[in-house]
Design a protein around this ligand. Structure first.
Ligand SMILES: [Zn+2]
Length: 286
């Protein structure tokens, strides 16, 4: 990236990184909230990092729509005047809303391609700021009767580590799509109106009734696609049915989930919803 843009990002004058392209190539459909983006001078060393607050993708663009997007976000994009001429032919666009921009001490980073930036594996997915820490603390001090996932089942994700779960599940394109897809009206309302304690209670109830029991009736059919933001989380996190839970978390289908397991899964769903909330707030304010 040209030094000029990098300096603007570091000064907070540029808050949106964009990529316009004629074909659907990364970062199109390849970035998600919580990803960490490293910035470097073209051909140089990494100078800054930022966290992705939200992402908006566009497809089927025309020169007019490109111009509109650039005009709508001119403040955050802080583009050079000649930018539009060079991108009028673009069909796809990705807008990456940045926050927590930090200068990093110059370090060399293997340059993989001609892009001026690299998205790191999403190792820094923000955790829910509510209850997650409480849950962790409580478990740490009361002694865990939980399944030691990391030791016995290396092939499965460990719900004690939301970052790990998010990272692994987002390697699956279908799971990942639940982070990006538009919420339906009812889910949006729920996202805006429910207080955190109400939401946590709803998550607990929903998980208990949908996947809490042993071998649920019509397992695999119990979680709709719309109407509740918790359903989105369940699909994103493979908590939709006992078959998916068995595949991803390694828990047998023929027994009830324990209260501790349900509590961990509740925290995961809450973390997902927190993530989606941040995306929406940013979309509304930009
Ligand atoms: Zn399922």
């Amino acid at each position: 990236m040209s030094g000029n843009y990098l300096e603007k990002i570091l000064r907070g004058e540029k808050t949106i990184e964009s990529r316009f392209s004629r074909i659907a190539c990364p970062p199109y459909k390849a970035v998600a909230p919580g990803d960490v983006v490293l910035f470097k001078h073209s051909g140089g060393t990494v100078r800054a990092k930022a966290e992705v607050l939200s992402v908006v993708y566009y497809a089927g663009l025309t020169p007019d729509r490109v111009a509109n997007i650039v005009a709508d976000h001119s403040g955050g994009l802080a583009l050079e005047p000649d930018f539009i001429q060079t991108k009028a032919e673009a069909r796809y666009a990705t807008l990456i809303f940045l926050h927590r921009v930090e200068l990093v001490s110059p370090l060399s980073f293997p340059k993989r391609d001609r892009r001026g930036w690299v998205v790191l594996a999403d190792t820094q997915v923000p955790l829910a700021s509510f209850d997650q820490s409480k849950t962790n603390r409580r478990r740490r001090y009361t002694g865990s009767k939980l399944k030691p996932w990391s030791r016995t089942t290396p092939d499965h994700v460990n719900p004690e580590s939301p970052e790990g779960v998010f990272r692994e599940l987002r390697t699956n394109e279908w799971r990942r799509s639940w982070w990006d897809r538009e919420l339906d009206e009812r889910s949006l309302r729920q996202l805006h109106r429910a207080t955190e304690s109400v939401l946590l209670e709803r998550i607990r109830k929903r998980l208990t009734s949908a996947v809490g029991g042993a071998s649920p009736y019509r397992d695999g059919m119990q979680t709709p696609y719309t109407g509740n933001v918790i359903y989105y989380a369940q699909h994103a996190l493979a908590l939709c049915c006992r078959k998916c839970i068995a595949d991803w978390y390694g828990l047998p289908r023929d027994r009830e989930l324990t209260p501790d397991e349900l509590e961990l899964f509740t925290a995961l769903v809450a973390a997902f919803i927190q993530d989606r909330r941040k995306g929406i707030v940013s979309r509304l304010t930009h």
